[in-house]
Ligand binder design. Sequence first.
Ligand SMILES: Nc1ncnc2c1ncn2[C@@H]1O[C@H](COP(=O)(O)OP(=O)(O)OP(=O)(O)O)[C@@H](O)[C@H]1O
Ligand code: SF4
Ligand SMILES: [Mg+2]
Length: 324
Amino acid sequence: MTATTMDTLLNVKELKLYYDTPRGPVRAVDGVSFALKEGEALGLVGESGSGKTSLGLALMRLLPKNVHTYTGRVVLEGEDLMALSDEEFRRRVRWRKISMAFQGAMNVLNPVLKVWLQIAEPLLADGVPKAQARARVEELLELVGLARDVADRYPHELSGGMKQRVVIAAALVMNPKLVILDEPTSALDVSIQAQIMNLLKRLKRELGLSYLFVTHDIALASDLCDSMAIVYAGQIVEIGTAEDVLLRPEHPYTQGLLASLPRLHSTRLPSFIPGAPPDLVRPPAGCRFRPRCPKAFKRCTEPPPPLPGHGPDHLVRCWLVERR
Ligand SMILES: Nc1ncnc2c1ncn2[C@@H]1O[C@H](COP(=O)(O)OP(=O)(O)OP(=O)(O)O)[C@@H](O)[C@H]1O
Ligand code: SF4
Ligand SMILES: [Mg+2]
């Protein structure tokens, strides 16, 4: 099977997004490739600063002014999105085909606008009559488990969990195929987090949505995702079915992430990965994980080859695996 088979929704190849800074370019997304099947959820798991939000923004083409490099291939339903003009992308793709529920539901809503106007914004910008837009918003509020009268409330009148539901409703307003969920539960307490995860599972099932689920929490990703990509320093270092990555992790970084989780029948205490993630202006030469890797050896001073966007189900960017 190739990545262009019918059920592939999104195909990303060698995507790069660097930011200009006085110290030099920040390589936030540095040659990322993956494919996503229709109706499936891919978890993007990595530490803070590994470039997860930047990857979402690159797919939405929501770029800050200080972009240094923005290259690669992004193919959605067979169409090369990078070939589209900004105007065409805005008119046909952003919110309509790919949408994003932004990180930090507490802060992404405008405090002076009623909830319904914020959800309806792309509809109203399209010239949809107010009454029709309002009706669509009320339908969405119900879909995400909120009362219709939340439409007339202001963000400060809502709890954290309710705000997160509003942010999810806003991502669904134009009926997208693919939703990027950026840490949708990280600011919520555990019981509310579980409710939001159940909502996301229900929406995936009922609407046939595909997700890119961005999180630093590998356990949370495994609850929702069909497959998982482990991101380290702007690059994917391991990708596979959720089962393979969780039960048979091959990259030392993934193994470290999993060893930091508690286990009921383990005789060892959870451990932590020593050291800090690298500076993305001057990442380590060779394998970027080398300074923290307990298994590093001579060859790791050369960078292991980037992962192709498709191929075998389980791919690992590490010389240990490459050597076999
Ligand atoms: N506009 C910008 N200009 C310069 N550097 C930026 C910009 N936006 C993000 N960065 C840097 O790019 C890197 C990746 O940031 P990004 O927000 O994508 O990471 P993340 O994985 O989403 O982190 P978190 O888990 O904390 O949300 C970080 O080093 C960050 O400081
Ligand atoms: S390539 Fe080397 S340094 Fe990098 S993860 Fe594999 S063993 Fe560790
Ligand atoms: Mg982020």
